[in-house]
Design a protein around this ligand. Sequence first.
Ligand code: NAG
Ligand code: NAG
Ligand code: NAG
Ligand code: NAG
Ligand code: NAG
Ligand code: NAG
Length: 290
Amino acid sequence: MARWLLNILIISSRHLISLSSQQETSLCFCKGSSEWIITADKHFNESNWSCFYKKPVELSSSKPLSFSTHFVCALVPKKGHEGGHGIAFLVSPSRDFSHAEATSYLGAFNASALESSPSSHVLAVELDTIWNPEFNDVINNHVGIDVNSPVSVGVASASYYSDMKGKNESINLLSGKPIQVWVDYEGTVINVAIAPLKVQKPSRSLLSQHINLTEVFRNSSRLFVGFSAATGAAVSDQYIVGWSFSTDRGSLQRLDISRLVEVPHSSAPHKKLPIILLVCLSFVVLSLLA
Ligand SMILES: *[C@@H]1O[C@H](CO)[C@@H](O)[C@H](O)[C@H]1NC(C)=O
Ligand SMILES: *[C@@H]1O[C@H](CO)[C@@H](O)[C@H](O)[C@H]1NC(C)=O
Ligand SMILES: *[C@@H]1O[C@H](CO)[C@@H](O)[C@H](O)[C@H]1NC(C)=O
Ligand SMILES: *[C@@H]1O[C@H](CO)[C@@H](O)[C@H](O)[C@H]1NC(C)=O
Ligand SMILES: *[C@@H]1O[C@H](CO)[C@@H](O)[C@H](O)[C@H]1NC(C)=O
Ligand SMILES: *[C@@H]1O[C@H](CO)[C@@H](O)[C@H](O)[C@H]1NC(C)=O
């Protein structure tokens, strides 16, 4: 069983944070280096980024793949820019996404993934803020499930079922506020739910899709789990502030919402930075059983 929980902060916009001196707690493999790579920089119109947990999930033929994850992210638009493009939770046998493209490919895919037999195998759950009808997007503000291609197999406008009110409530992904995301895969069904920070996991999923991941990852013996994000002419600072993952749903560690870092506001003065750095460098793995 693989199980881990971490409170992390991906910082964007011109600040590189090196974790190389933190061997013990250097948890992520990031594109090109062991550093957290910036998602957006005002000097570059397009940027892509991906980051994976260093330990893979080992697959075995005796036990079919299942997993549960809960993370908290925030997409903060840059002042004077349209916000975009979004962030994706990834499951893939490879953690080399150097061939992935920015903008609507979310740093997870490239144009050749649109071909009928894509060379990469990846499951992505995307929080996407730009409307690309060619990718099956229903609206700019949406959540999608993608298998090997940015053309979503399941998509819904960003909302959650409010158990208190007994109805769906929409969520603006670009509000800059933290958003909780749950992804559960068991049997051959993947369920995705989102909710604002203070709301419990909704009893009804936003997306429920039949996908046989054993089929998708048939030739793989291990899978990496992580995130990607991209910007284009539309720019946001995109953060993950907490993440818990388990291959056994019952063992998923609770994310302590009260201990999450406060998401910096895009207009926040830079003097807030030391606080962010402190949190970044002191994140801990509370549990890691492999
Ligand atoms: C970024 O986009 C703006 C507006 O679309 C354009 O004027 C500028 O040349 C672009 N810069 C780069 C480096 O591509
Ligand atoms: C995506 O990332 C790779 C590796 O860092 C880089 O070579 C490539 O230029 C990036 N693409 C875009 C569109 O930013
Ligand atoms: C697209 O990604 C695949 C792997 O996923 C890679 O083999 C291919 O070279 C990439 N294509 C381009 C045009 O970068
Ligand atoms: C609420 O959202 C779910 C998931 O998108 C959908 O299946 C359901 O029809 C919606 N319910 C209402 C009352 O709109
Ligand atoms: C999923 O795919 C695997 C590999 O092709 C197959 O052995 C298994 O029976 C499939 N599961 C279901 C429920 O269809
Ligand atoms: C697995 O490998 C076989 C043989 O190389 C290939 O035919 C098949 O398409 C692969 N399956 C997947 C899901 O990649």
